[in-house]
Every structure is written in C-alpha cells, then in structure tokens.
Design a protein around this ligand. Structure first.
Ligand SMILES: NC(=O)c1ccc[n+]([C@@H]2O[C@H](COP(=O)([O-])OP(=O)(O)OC[C@H]3O[C@@H](n4cnc5c(N)ncnc54)[C@H](O)[C@@H]3O)[C@@H](O)[C@H]2O)c1
Length: 357
C-alpha cells in the first residue's frame, strides 16, 4: 500500500511537495492523498491539476482522510499549529524550514512529536546536495583537522520578498528564510550546535522603498560549541538583473585543510539576447521526462522531500524512530537551528553578543 500523504499549503514551494508525491505514486511508494489550502483560487487550481481532495481547513483534512503523514508548507511563522495538530492526530510530519520562528514553539513541536511517537522531519535540503555531502564526509572523517573558521553567503534576488510573498516577508527575514539552511548545514557538517552569536542587521530598501518592514541583510558571526567561528552574510535584496535567483557559497577552514563550494556558479553560464547573464543550479530541481513521456522532477530539492516518504516506509517495514536517528534532519536539530537564528535576531536587535542555551 502506498504511503498516504497530505500536503498543507500549496503555494510557490508547496508545488514541489505535490509533484514529489505525485511521481512517487507511479512507483507505488507514496500517494498525494489530500491537500489543505486556504486560498480558494489556489485550492481550485490544485483540485484541477492534481485531482485529489482539497480542504480549506487542515483539521478537516486530518479528521476525514486516512493519512500516514503530513507535509507543512505554510509561511515560515505558520508551521506550528499545523505540526501540533498533525502530531495530535498521530501523523508523521515533514515541516518546511524553519521549524518555527521561536525557540519555545520548536520545543513545543518537538515535545508533541515525542509524545505522539511520530517522526518530525525538517526540510533542510542543503544536506542532500552532493557537493555538501562530499564536504561533510571529509570533515566528519577528520581529514580537515579541527575546523577553526569559515564563511557562508546566501542571498536571494529582491523579487523573493517583494513579489513572491510580500504579505508575510515582515514575519520572516533573510535569517529565517535563508540563514537557517546554512546554520543547519554547518551544524550537521561539524556535528555541533551554536554557542554564541554577534549579528548586525540592516533595514533600508525593503522598508523604505517597498514598505516591507524586515531586514534587507543580516551579517552574523556564530561561534559553535566545537570551537569553530563561522560568519554568515544573508540578504534578499540582490538586483533583479543578478544572474541567478540565489547566490550561495560556503567555505570551511580547518587545521589540516580547507573546503570551498560555490553552490550558485556550478559551471554553466549563458547569455541570451534579452535575458542577460544566467547561471544554473541544475542539482536543485530539474525537469526531465520518463519513458512514458511524463514530466519527472529530480535533484536534491526533491530528494529531501522524498526522504520523508522513505522514512515512513522504513517505519512501516519495522524500523523504529531510534533506528532512523541521525539519518534525516530531525525536529531536535530544527530546534537547535532556531536557537541560532533566534540569537542572531536578538543580537541584531540589541547590538549585544547573545549566548545560546
Ligand atoms: N526548502 C526550500 O528550498 C524552500 C524554498 C522556498 C520556500 N520554502 C518554505 O516553504 C514555506 C512556504 O513558502 P512559499 O514560498 O511556498 O510561500 P507561499 O506564500 O507561496 O505559500 C504558502 C501557502 O500556504 C497557504 N496557507 C497559509 N496558511 C494555511 C493554512 N492554515 N492552511 C492551508 N494553507 C495555508 C497559503 O494560502 C499559500 O498558498 C515557507 O516556510 C518557506 O520558507 C522552502
């Protein structure tokens, strides 16, 4: 029997969840059993495109549908009530990042999943990027020695906060929307958590030119418990003319080696009349066609969502939550990431160094 998944939130990124479970149904692993979407026009589009039941209220979906798991793809600050309801109903949960924008909220969610004995997974897809996996292996094996310091940059073009979700961008920031990806990647790569943070945030163009009250940029220096210090430059105001929607890279330096990955410029570049310069991250989500002529999506952005279905499959085949520990981005790790992000925002707001824990 395929695993029955319900998706809550079918907006811009929710589509990737819908596509992932739709294509897993072709190999009998999972099926897109139902969707909850509060926007009626969007709900109608999902009904027509994916042909599954669509509910305005996720509680009604949880009550009426026989589901094994739920994925939560609502805005950053609106994950918690859905995750808590899913745990209460005894469903496994994949939550988009960040787990929640408060430490207390994450603690509540982790506790709810523990009590209900369900899987709580966070969609930190940077861990599934083959370039990052290669780095993690060599750092974990100790070949770079003791990691001393590093740098991360993650920047989006300005249309992300201005055109994609201006209504909820003030409830998020480059720290919550982008930073959490790399806070998690660095913690996972070094098998550590955050210790202390100093951060500076700037509010200029989004607030003054677009009336969106959130940070343009946040620069954070994070000291980790293993002794490494990593600086993170995060922003979402790159000009529309920038060659890719995301600019991102990471660099870690240890006592015995250095590892550098440019995950934006991966080698292909184009310039087409009327389009300007473009670079491509074909590792994230790429479209292809299967032997039957159906569209298939591949890449680490899909694999991290698929991984949730395969975790449920493992549980149904006899694995325990304990057996799966360390093999997926967990709620507990999502909590540690939110502790860093919350400290980053507190430091940016107060100008003080903030201790974590
Ligand atoms: N992993 C990634 O690479 C990645 C990329 C982009 C976004 N995201 C995350 O995905 C989440 C959604 O982002 P998005 O860009 O799709 O936002 P979006 O605004 O396009 O979509 C959110 C959708 O949730 C719906 N919604 C809100 N409350 C709801 C509720 N109570 N019940 C049902 N539906 C509800 C909205 O109507 C909307 O359609 C965010 O947390 C974001 O950080 C992850």
């Amino acid at each position: 029997m395929p695993i029955r998944i319900g998706v809550v939130g079918a907006g811009i990124f929710g589509v990737n969840h819908l596509n992932t479970f739709t294509q897993l149904s072709r190999i009998g692993v999972a099926e897109l059993a139902a969707v909850a979407e509060i926007n009626p026009e969007r709900a109608e589009w999902v009904r027509k495109t994916y042909g599954c039941p669509v509910y305005a209220d996720y509680n009604e979906m949880l009550a009426k549908e026989d589901l094994d798991g739920i994925t939560v793809v609502t805005p950053d600050h609106l994950h918690k009530p859905v995750v808590l309801a899913a745990c209460e109903a005894g469903k496994h949960v994949l939550c988009e990042k960040p787990l929640d924008t408060t430490v207390e909220g994450c603690q509540e969610m982790v506790e709810a999943a523990r009590k209900a004995k369900v899987l709580l997974q966070v969609d930190f897809h940077k861990r599934y990027d083959p370039e990052h996996i290669a780095m993690e292996r060599r750092v974990s094996s100790g070949e770079l020695g003791k990691i001393l310091y590093g740098q991360v940059c993650m920047e989006d073009r300005i249309e992300v906060p201005v055109e994609w979700f201006p209504h909820w961008a003030p409830s998020s920031s480059p720290g919550w929307f982008l930073g959490v990806h790399f806070f998690d990647l660095v913690c996972w790569t070094m098998k550590t958590t955050g210790k202390r943070v100093y951060a500076v945030g700037r509010k200029e163009t989004l607030k003054n030119d677009y009336g969106i009250d959130t940070y343009d940029s946040i620069s954070a220096m994070v000291e980790f418990k293993n002794g490494a210090v990593v600086s993170f430059d995060l922003s979402w105001i790159l000009p529309r003319e920038f060659e890719a929607i995301v600019n991102q890279d990471i660099r870690l330096v240890g006592t015995k080696g250095v590892w550098e990955i440019d995950t934006q410029y991966r080698g292909s570049r184009s310039c087409i009349a009327g389009e300007g310069m473009r670079t491509y991250n074909n590792s994230f989500i790429r479209e292809s066609t299967d032997k039957q002529g159906r569209v298939v999506y591949k890449g680490y952005g899909i694999e991290s969502i698929e991984d949730f279905a395969y975790n449920i499959l493992a549980l149904q085949q006899g694995a325990t939550l304990e057996d799966l520990k360390g093999k997926y981005p967990s709620g507990e790790e999502g909590l540690e990431v939110t502790k860093i992000a919350a400290a980053v925002h507190e430091s940016a707001a107060t100008g003080r160094v903030v201790d974590i824990d």
